[in-house]
Design a binder for this molecule. Structure first.
Ligand SMILES: NC(=O)c1ccc[n+]([C@@H]2O[C@H](COP(=O)([O-])OP(=O)(O)OC[C@H]3O[C@@H](n4cnc5c(N)ncnc54)[C@H](OP(=O)(O)O)[C@@H]3O)[C@@H](O)[C@H]2O)c1
Length: 252
């Protein structure tokens, strides 16, 4: 089966590094036109753009900022001349130990929730309105295994932000399915990116591989083909679902 995404206009948040970089590249390879979102790492999206100059556009935004997030959606739609798929991939994690003082905890909580939950929720709201008015569309949310099994004591707030995404995405699938909007979740385990680097170094790669059913760590390219499939429409009857991509850690 060859998946052809020609004619599809897609916004990928956090396309500058890690999972988003790989996802954007796979979508472009399949023929889509892609708005590559970045915040601090513009060079990442410039690299992709130089390889696909006629298919890709670059859009910057700080997702901790409400107005910047709103402008991102408008700019992407304007640059692409519409939107068919939104991939809410960007995210961040902060170490928040249980003995953190309340002011520092509150500040870190707000930032985590703004980037990991408020921004994808706002982009999704705008996308839903756009899709309903323009014949439908799809949303892919990057959640995490942490939303389902929880996380360790330093990362409980990260897990909570991803848990919020799960119910928000299911609600979109439920409320707007008959109006042509499909919404899916992907829940990766450890994936080798900058985000997971610290944890992989802390626990050691052997320990992490010991917790999965396969013989190597998940790479971003192990996740991206699923996004291509979901964006294509071939999996629309899976709307509302979560796809666990964690190298079999649940069955190990
Ligand atoms: N890696 C894992 O093990 C793992 C597991 C489960 C889920 N996930 C999820 O997968 C997604 C991608 O993670 P990753 O591992 O690829 O992380 P990463 O390598 O750290 O990349 C994070 C991306 O998010 C963007 N970003 C972060 N803060 C932002 C902000 N304030 N405004 C705008 N963009 C911001 C970054 O943009 P700039 O660099 O341009 O600032 C970057 O493109 C995240 O939602 C993460 O929670 C990752």
């Amino acid at each position: 089966m060859n998946i052809d995404l020609k004619g599809k206009r897609i916004l990928v948040t956090g396309a500058s590094r890690g999972l988003g970089y790989s996802i954007a590249t796979h979508l472009l390879d399949a023929g889509a036109r892609v708005a590559l979102h970045y915040n601090r790492s513009r060079e990442g999206v410039e690299q992709i753009h130089s390889r696909y100059p006629s298919q890709a556009v670059m859009v910057g935004a700080d997702l901790s900022d409400l107005k910047s997030t709103e402008a991102l959606f408008r700019n992407a739609v304007e640059e692409l001349g519409g939107l068919d798929v939104l991939v809410n991939n960007a995210g961040m994690v902060l170490t928040m130990p249980p003995d953190m003082d309340t002011d520092a905890w509150s500040e870190a909580w707000e930032l985590t929730m703004n980037v990991n939950l408020r921004a994808p929720a706002l982009l999704s709201r705008m996308a839903v309105n756009h899709f309903v008015a323009n014949g439908g569309g799809r949303i892919v949310m990057m959640a995490s295994r942490a939303a389902f099994r929880g996380d360790t004591e330093d990362y409980m707030e990260y897990a909570a932000s991803k848990g919020g995404l799960v119910s928000y995405t299911r609600s979109i699938a439920r409320a707007f399915g008959k109006k042509g909007v499909k919404a899916f979740l992907i829940a990766p385990g450890f994936v080798r990116t900058d985000m997971a680097k610290e944890a992989i170094e802390l626990y050691g790669e052997d320990y992490v591989v010991g917790g999965i059913a396969l013989d190597r760590l998940t790479e971003p390219d192990d996740v991206s083909p699923t996004v291509v499939l979901l964006a294509s429409g071939l999996a629309d009857h899976a709307t509302g679902c979560t796809i666990d991509i964690n190298a079999g850690s649940y069955v190990h």
